[in-house]
Design a protein around this ligand. Structure first.
Ligand code: HSE
Length: 438
């Protein structure tokens, strides 16, 4: 059978690894795909930097449009990242009738709807396994492996850099900036590391997971996003004393009123498997009506794990090249005319439990005032921890866990508590999820 010819856009960390793995595992890949697969042309900004060792037979150009317009190329591999020129290149590749494999989560989260509509019109595939959770085949698992199920929720640690930072803070008490620098040196962090720390990278991935789990359009702007830059070492310590770990979770959940899509630091009971996912590793917990809970764990970033997902997509596309376009696996898991609008819940309507930390005057009646405000807002307290003040200090730290309530109740209560004279500084609030399938 004729070999499948690839055009590679971007020879950075993941691009170079993709070229190397395709070369080193060529025989095994051909056995699986039923034909050989070869990169015939690649583009990188600095042609002088060349191709990785052993891949110098590949024609290297500086203009990526030369690759997408090359009539010999069957599949374009987009590993440039970012919005532009990636969007123009992908649209041009589709217009030229080429299939596209991409690892670009920002591009899919923000422009996926128009990309898939165009791909549908042209009868080509656009696949993006490497865009979510690096090497873990989570897209394929939800889209194909769980296709008999009604998906109820997806909760994941889907940013390796953020998880690495939280793990090092907990285990070694290391400084935030110092750990972030290490993640950058190891090639885990985004070009703009605020995407990792402020949850934008995780929100891109959650938006994609929500669409394939629930059959809804991609709606990045509707994802509530909160980063980890306001998680303090003392919260990590107090959470541990209460039997919890703090993880930066992306949560998508179907409720009777609509769909929750949210990324924020979350307390999880330490006995849950996902609470023990540490370092740069990622994990996604899927709650499905027939399978029940299932957990997918693996490397969420890094050159070879990401290349592993890119190449699995290439093999899938190679296998479907001769298949009738109508009978291919749909881009967003559901048939295009079956993608439905379901309301996305504003964060104020979302229900979770809460962890609160506040600094208060250590004198009679203070606790009573705080618990009265909680009662007025119909908030039930699950646990209270008060640290004995050190000698000579008149302020105490109170930690509280609440039962599950609507976010707006918590917002109102925090406003009232912050307004008390006896409360000093901010009331720190972190959401709590038990992840026990309720
Ligand atoms: N910056 C991302 C992370 C890389 O840390 O998870 C993989 O998308």
């Amino acid at each position: 059978m004729k070999p499948v010819k690839l055009g590679l856009l971007g020879v950075g960390t993941v691009g170079a690894s993709t070229a190397m793995v395709l070369k080193n595992n060529a025989a095994e890949i051909a056995r699986r795909a039923g034909r050989s697969i070869e990169i015939i042309q690649a583009s990188r900004r600095s042609v002088a930097a060349g191709m990785p060792q052993g891949c110098d037979n590949i024609s290297l150009v500086s203009d990526p449009f030369e690759v997408v317009n090359n009539p010999e190329v069957d599949i374009v591999i987009e590993l440039i990242g970012g919005y532009e020129p990636a969007l123009k290149l992908v649209m041009q590749a589709i217009a030229n009738g080429k299939h596209v494999v991409t690892a670009n989560k920002a591009l899919i989260a923000l422009h996926g709807n128009e990309i898939f509509a165009q791909a549908q019109r042209k009868g080509v595939n656009v696949v993006f396994e490497a865009a979510v959770a690096g090497g873990i085949p989570i897209i394929k698992s939800i889209r194909e492996g769980l296709s008999a199920n009604h998906i109820e929720s997806v909760a994941g640690i889907i940013n390796g850099t953020g998880n690495f930072i939280l793990t090092e803070m907990r285990d070694k008490g290391r400084d935030f900036g110092d750990v972030l620098r290490e993640a950058q040196d190891l090639g885990y962090a985004e070009a703009d590391p605020t995407f990792d720390v402020e949850g934008i990278d995780a929100a891109h991935k959650l938006c994609i997971l929500s669409s394939i789990a629930f059959g809804i359009p991609l709606q990045f702007d509707a994802v509530y996003t909160e980063g980890i830059s306001r998680v303090f070492t003392e919260d990590v310590v107090y959470a541990g004393q209460l039997g919890y770990r703090i993880k930066h979770l992306g949560i998508a959940r179907r409720t009777g009123e609509g769909i929750e899509m949210r990324v924020h630091p979350t307390l999880i009971p330490h006995k849950r498997l996902i609470a023990n996912v540490d370092g740069v590793m990622n994990a996604v917990l899927v709650q499905a009506d027939k399978l029940g809970p299932s957990l997918y764990y693996g490397a969420g970033a890094g050159a070879d794990p990401t290349a592993s997902a890119v190449i699995a997509d290439i093999i899938d596309v190679a296998r479907t090249i001769t298949t009738d376009a109508q009978n291919r696996v749909p881009h967003l898991a559901f048939q295009p005319d079956q993608i439905v609008e379901i309301p996305i819940l504003p964060i104020t309507e979302v229900q979770t439990a809460y962890y609160l930390r506040m600094r208060v005057e250590d004198r009679p009646g203070v606790m009573a005032e705080i618990t009265r405000i909680m009662g007025d807002n119909d908030i039930s307290i699950e646990a209270i921890l008060q640290k004995e003040p050190e000698s000579g200090v008149t302020r105490a730290t109170i930690i509280m866990l609440t039962q599950k309530i609507r976010e707006q109740q918590m917002v109102d209560a925090i406003e009232a508590i912050t307004g008390l004279d006896v409360v000093h500084g901010e009331v720190h609030r972190i959401r709590v999820e038990t992840l026990d399938g309720d």
